[in-house]
Design a protein around this ligand. Structure first.
Ligand code: ZN
Ligand code: FE
Ligand code: FE
Ligand code: ZN
Length: 267
């Protein structure tokens, strides 16, 4: 019997597609025996009309306050302050701007957009997958994910094979597409997230898949854990399976973050 790892990927109602205030999610974490959580809601963009699934810029301070309230309401729980930040190549200065605004514990870097118009995990745009060769889309996705890791703007890379979400998988071996990404992640000293949300999607497996996690382990890339909860009931979801997955792959430690510095914790 060991303690569960921290759940570092939690959303809040500010992103307009999640329920449960931070304090309510923290209460679930306490009830489920999690020692530590971190909020990582979708980052605001320079323009609030960028899309419709994130907080407005004028809500950022309120987000930080809501996380502080969760910490105050649950003194036995460690509550970290993070953001899930969309990587776009022309947003690097914006991400640095966000980083300077608050005392963040970590940034999760995620690729959802493979171009300005297509967030490939958006259920409203799933039909676009039917007109594209999955191998081509996965290629673009991993190229951008490699840029994200190489930017060194992130502590953790989120849901590394998100491109599998709706089950549009290449017929060819795709693992070579991900190797430059893993090399960039290692060079940047970033961690890879084991994200259990994939179990709740069409792909029906965690992010990353076993081959990708094994390749990361062989390179010595560290890990964190995230449920990607968009509702209180999802806090810590399937963490027993996620820990077993990490252990089977050879991991003995996960990272915890405070003020963007990491410490390994035994699994
Ligand atoms: Zn979301
Ligand atoms: Fe995401
Ligand atoms: Fe998320
Ligand atoms: Zn996510």
């Amino acid at each position: 019997m060991t303690t569960l790892p921290a759940d570092y990927h939690l959303h809040t109602p500010l992103c307009r597609h999640a329920t449960g205030e931070p304090s309510a999610l923290a209460a679930v974490a306490v009830a489920r025996g999690l020692p530590e959580i971190g909020f990582s809601d979708h980052n605001p963009m320079p323009r609030d009309d960028f899309d419709d699934w994130r907080m407005r810029l004028d809500q950022l301070d309120g987000y930080v306050d809501a996380v502080a309230r969760a910490r105050h309401d649950h003194p036995t729980l460690v509550v970290r302050l993070g953001l899930e930040v969309d990587y776009l190549p022309d947003h690097e200065d914006w991400i640095r701007d966000l980083a300077a605004r608050h005392p963040w514990d970590y940034f999760i870097g995620s690729v959802h957009y493979i171009d300005r118009a297509w967030d490939i995990d958006n259920p409203a745009k799933v039909s676009r997958w039917r007109n594209r060769d999955p191998f081509e889309v996965w290629t673009l996705y991993f190229e951008r994910l490699t840029q994200a890791a190489a930017s060194r703007l992130f502590d953790i890379i989120g849901h590394a094979d998100l491109c599998k979400k709706f089950g549009f998988r290449p017929a060819r071996d795709w693992l070579p597409l991900a190797m430059p990404f893993l090399d960039a992640t290692r060079a940047a000293g970033a961690a890879l997230e084991i994200n259990t949300a994939g179990l709740r999607k069409d792909c029906a497996e965690m992010y990353p898949n076993p081959q990708l996690l094994a390749a990361a382990a062989s390179l010595g890339i560290p890990i964190t854990f995230g449920s990607d909860a968009h509702a209180p009931g999802e806090v810590g979801a399937d963490f027993d399976r996620a820990v077993a997955f990490a252990r089977q792959t050879g991991y003995t430690h996960a990272l915890r973050f405070q003020r963007r510095r990491s410490t390994p914790v035994p699994l």
